[in-house]
Each structure stands twice: as C-alpha cells, then as structure tokens.
Design a protein around this ligand. Structure first.
Ligand code: C2E
Ligand code: MG
Ligand code: MG
Ligand code: MG
Length: 277
C-alpha cells in the first residue's frame, strides 16, 4: 500500500470474512423466521457438591448452518451482538430455555433450575424486564428457578445501569450470576454492592488447580470472599478429579464440567436427570 505502508493478507483471512458474512446472513434469516439453519440450545448439568445431585442446567446456544455445520457460540454470539440480532435471537433463546424449564416442571423436577446467558445489549433494552416477565408468565414457570448469567466484563462500562436492572430482576425472584469471574474487569472492588446471587469462577482458575498447590491457588480465597458476601459459588470447566477434590476442600457450592457431563440436547439432559434419581 504505497511506499511506507504494508498490510498482510492471506487466504485464511478472506475465508474467515466470507464465513462471517454467511453466518450473519443466516442469523438474520433465522431471526425473521426463514433460515434453513437452526439456533437451538444444549444443556449442561450443574451439580451441587454437598448432595452430589443435579440442581440445574446451563442453556448454551448452538447454531447449525447447512453449508458450515455447527458453529460455536464463541464465534456467532459476538456477531449477533455487533448486528443487534441478539435482541430477536436472544428472545428465542430465552423462550426455548423457559420451555425446557416448563418440561422439567411437568416431568416432576420442580426444583431444577435453568441458567441463561444474557448479553448486555439485551439487559439494557428498555423493555427487557417487562418482556422477560411476560415470557415467564406465558411459559408458566417459577422465576425462582431462573438464573441469568452476565459476564463480568459487562460491568466495565454501564456499571450503574446494569446493576440497577439486576436489582429489579432480583426483586422479581430471578437469580443473577456473574459469569467468567476473574477474567475481565475485576468487579472484586465493587463486589459488595453488586446485585448478584452467585459467582461463576472461570475455567482459567480451575485449570490452575492442576499445577498450583492449595496455598498458591487463589481459587479458595475467591470462594471464601464470595461466601462472606453471601453469594453462592459455581466452578466451571472441571475436567479432572484433582480439581474436584480441591473445590470440595475450598467449600465450593456447585460445579459444571466435562468430568461430570458435556452440554446435552434436551432428550439427553432429561435422561441424565432420570438416571440419577
Ligand atoms: P460460558 O457461559 O462461560 O459457558 C461455559 C462454556 O464452557 C461453554 O462453552 C461450555 O460448553 C464450556 N465448558 C463447560 N465445561 C467445560 C469443560 O469441562 N471443559 C471445557 N473445555 N469447556 C467446558 P460454549 O457452549 O462453547 O459457550 C461459550 C460461551 O458462549 C459461553 O461461555 C457464553 O459466554 C457464550 N454463550 C453461549 N450461549 C449463549 C447464549 O445463549 N447467549 C449469550 N449471550 N452467550 C452465550
Ligand atoms: Mg455462562
Ligand atoms: Mg463462564
Ligand atoms: Mg466462558
């Protein structure tokens, strides 16, 4: 590009750009009810350590496109946020999760909860709470069984606005979890004033438990602090027995991870639940 400016380009970059365009186009078709692909949910069991029982599932979005196959949410959620398609698609995700919660209730699992990941854009939409409460009432589910997960990085900006919405949600009986705790903007300093019920420790800290000693790992300190503030603690990404042993020792409340189960489709999630009772 002229005398003093150069720019790198390779085929992989072009491929990625094309893929992104294709995903964007498919997402907007799905949002208008026309797509040939599908946006659906998988459910990962959440286990309570004290009882060794499943107490809930986290709903995790999946995108299937005929031409590209299964796309990771790490790839398509940022696209839905950039294009604001997260508003209609997020509604569809919430509805699917609430429908599954309704199925669980009707199958005799009245105490099982559902955790739903929510983007800041959704949360800050002026009618989010009203709309959510309408969906909850139309699906005839108990707000107490719903937990909304908000990633920690969201608190970096709009802290006051977000926290206010979370307070309103809590007053309706909905649980709030701060997701990926410890990775982004540290909300530790404001931990006391956050309107949250639960803290999800990111896999980064869980991986550390494979190499660090009990004293070196700060995971135990995070758990103690959260408990002091009255929050429950969920650890994500447990793959090894050694991590589980540490987390039990630290008094962690709940765990989620491949050691226990991968995210499952609705039928498999129900079977998994049946198998333990
Ligand atoms: P997250 O909310 O932190 O979800 C946990 C992620 O860790 C999931 O990845 C899950 O499959 C994965 N995971 C759980 N246990 C293990 C383990 O033992 N080992 C490993 N390697 N991974 C484990 P997934 O489903 O790919 O989702 C990635 C992220 O995409 C989520 O992270 C969340 O931030 C976002 N996401 C997924 N679904 C939605 C959604 O419906 N809405 C929004 N806004 N974001 C979503
Ligand atoms: Mg999550
Ligand atoms: Mg997380
Ligand atoms: Mg994560």
């Amino acid at each position: 590009q002229g005398d003093i400016c150069c720019c790198f380009f390779d085929a992989a970059m072009e491929e990625q750009l094309y893929q992104e365009e294709e995903i964007t186009a498919e997402l907007s078709r799905i949002a208008s009810g026309e797509g040939s692909g599908s946006l659906f949910l998988n459910y990962q069991p959440i286990l309570e350590l004290a009882t060794n029982k499943i107490v809930g599932f986290e709903a995790l979005a999946r995108l299937q496109i005929p031409s590209l196959g299964l796309i990771s949410p790490l790839q398509f959620i940022p696209i839905t946020e950039k294009t604001k398609l997260i508003i209609p698609l997020g509604d569809s995700i919430i509805l699917q999760a609430l429908r599954f919660l309704n199925t669980l209730q009707n199958s005799g699992y009245a105490d099982i909860g559902i955790s739903i990941n929510i983007s800041a854009i959704q949360l800050l939409k002026h009618d989010f709470i009203t709309h959510l409460l309408q969906m909850i009432s139309s699906m005839q589910v108990d707000p107490q069984n719903i937990c909304l997960e908000i990633t920690e990085s969201v608190f970096a900006s709009n802290y006051q606005d977000i926290n206010k919405v979370l307070g309103h949600l809590q007053s309706q009986g909905i649980q709030i979890a701060i997701d990926d705790f410890g990775t982004g903007y540290s909300s530790l300093a404001r931990e006391r004033e956050l309107n949250i019920n639960c803290l999800k420790i990111d896999k980064f800290f869980i991986d550390k438990l494979m190499t660090l000693t009990e004293e070196e790992a700060i995971t135990g300190d995070i758990i103690s602090l959260a408990h002091k503030l009255g929050h429950c603690v969920v650890a994500e990404g447990i793959e090894h027995e050694r991590q589980l042993q540490y987390l039990r020792k630290f008094g962690c409340d709940k765990i989620q991870g491949f050691l226990f189960s991968k995210p499952l489709d609705e039928q498999a999630a129900l079977s998994f639940l049946k198998a333990q009772t």
